[in-house]
Design a protein around this ligand. Structure first.
Ligand SMILES: Cc1cc2nc3c(=O)[nH]c(=O)nc-3n(C[C@H](O)[C@H](O)[C@H](O)COP(=O)(O)OP(=O)(O)OC[C@H]3O[C@@H](n4cnc5c(N)ncnc54)[C@H](O)[C@@H]3O)c2cc1C
Length: 455
């Protein structure tokens, strides 16, 4: 297991530098146009592919980083540029996450490249779980998948699907055994153009307008048996376990993995809003001075500075846990998503407030960020659902103390060199202090070196 660290490597810094430059030079200039048009920003996605930010291998590399930091670092920068364009470029990665979790190695090799395409031939992917009668209550999904000979046939309706109807690959969650709730569901790959899959309508949204969102219908939608993610044997095994009251939901497993990713996206919008508000408040003058000199303006921004950092630390911890296979016993993924999404909404709202009348009109970008931010408390599990997930751990897990009590250690840590952090070392320090004024310089220097914290 890799240790959790805040020490970024040169590779991390380079990734952040490149992603930030792309967000600033390519994404931000395109953002107002696509916000207005409410269309998929194909040209920006193509540029992202040319910059190496839009392919399955890139995401595989980010996910393989044992520090867990590459993925949130990258996402924060891209979403700092524009949340809608960011979402369009990242939606295939959310679908890829479902494919990686549920699919066989052969299925991953087949479908992952189809989710991204290549420069000049861009492809898109979608993950279709939510339905009109309810997105939070995943046990109540109605889209059915039934076997017919060697095929599967899908029937039902999905809504709010990012890239829905324009995706080359749609990963669809459907019920195969309604008696088993979420454990009776499976994931299927539906390629674009499959008869029976239709885009009912494109949805007109408050924010994230550079991301295409649609309602999809499946009517006698027939797909080959090979498009069941994981294959027949794995499904039968899973259903058998579910009948014995064991096992997990495919969709819920994907959400747990992707929640720190969504937290990082929200942090991008939070940081953009916060930076803009601080800069504006330093330049805008009222009553003879910059408005930031008023505590009424500076204190809410100071709270945001602390809360954005706190949310980022939760996000990085959850990402590190996901990268190292540490289970989210205390719902750490949900904690990161809850805090980051709520601070994004607050930061964007505060940015509008700080900018006053200018903040309310589209001359400045903050009104767009205000509209964009709200999505984070709704999708990939609403704030209430995150609180439910955290709440469920309270009775059984919270009393065990914070996560570090359960992590396997190397039994070295702080105390490995000269007993750093131990009581014996503290006592030795006290004795050393008492003797210091009588000791020669050379002994003091040696003592100082031993006393300095180990790195
Ligand atoms: C722009 C956008 C993009 C999206 N992209 C996708 C996508 O690509 N793929 C996909 O599958 N889905 C997507 N979604 C759907 C999204 O995940 C759902 O909207 C979300 O899960 C909430 O479901 P719902 O809208 O049905 O709300 P409901 O489940 O109807 O909830 C309504 C309200 O009731 C609250 N509530 C519900 N149950 C409880 C409870 N037990 N206790 C307390 N409060 C409760 C909720 O928190 C919420 O505030 C997207 C949504 C949007 C808006």
């Amino acid at each position: 297991m890799s240790s959790f660290t805040l020490e970024l490597t040169p590779a991390h810094h380079e990734l952040v530098r490149r992603a930030h430059a792309f967000a600033e030079d390519v994404i931000r200039p395109a953002a107002p146009k696509y916000d207005q048009l409410q269309e998929c920003p194909w040209d920006v996605v193509d540029e992202a592919a040319r910059a190496g930010f839009y392919n399955a291998l890139f995401y595989a590399d980010l996910i393989a980083d044992p520090t867990g930091l590459s993925l949130p670092l990258f996402l924060e920068e891209i979403f700092w540029g524009c949340a809608g364009i960011g979402l369009t470029t990242v939606l295939p990665a959310l679908a890829l996450s479902a494919l990686n979790q549920a699919g066989t190695p052969e299925q991953i090799a087949t479908w992952a490249p189809e989710m991204f395409g290549e420069p000049g031939d861009i492809k898109l992917a979608a993950l279709a779980v939510s339905e009109p009668q309810g997105g939070s209550d995943v046990a109540n999904l109605q889209t059915r998948a039934r076997r017919d000979g060697g095929d599967w046939v899908l029937d039902g309706t999905k809504i709010w699907i990012g890239n829905g109807g324009i995706a080359d690959v749609t990963v669809v969650n459907a019920v195969v055994d309604p008696d088993l709730g979420t454990k009776g569901q499976a994931m299927f790959v539906v390629p674009r153009g499959t008869p029976g899959m239709e885009q009912v309508r494109r949805l007109d949204k408050l924010g994230h307008r550079a991301s295409h969102t649609a309602e999809l219908s499946f009517t006698d939608c027939r797909i080959p048996g090979a498009n069941l993610l994981g294959g027949d044997d794995k499904l039968e095994h899973k259903l058998d376990k579910a009948r014995r009251g064991e096992g997990d939901s495919a969709a819920l497993g994907t959400f747990e993995q992707t929640r720190p990713m969504v937290a990082a996206m929200a942090l991008g919008v939070a940081r953009a809003s916060f930076e803009y508000a601080c800069d504006y408040a330093s330049r805008r003058e009222a009553f003879g001075g910059p408005i930031i000199e008023n505590q009424g303006v500076a204190f809410p921004l100071a709270d945001l500075a602390a809360d954005i950092d706190a949310a980022r630390l939760l996000c990085w911890r959850a990402s590190w846990m996901a990268a190292n296979g540490v289970p989210f016993h205390l719902a750490e993924g949900s904690m990161s998503k809850l805090k980051a999404s709520e601070v994004a909404v607050r930061a964007a709202e505060q940015a509008v407030q700080v900018c006053g009348g200018w903040g309310y009109v589209s001359d400045l970008p903050v009104e767009k960020w205000y509209r964009d931010a709200k999505l984070y408390t709704i999708f990939e599990g609403t704030s209430e659902i995150q609180r439910m997930v955290i709440g469920r751990t309270l009775a059984t897990e919270a009393a065990k103390g914070p996560q570090h009590h359960q992590l396997p250690g190397d039994h070295g840590g702080l105390s490995r060199r000269f007993g750093h952090g131990s009581l014996a070392r503290a006592r030795a320090g006290e004795v050393f202090m008492k003797l210091a004024k009588h000791a020669p310089q050379s002994v003091l220097e040696l003592g100082g070196r031993l006393a300095s914290p180990g790195r």
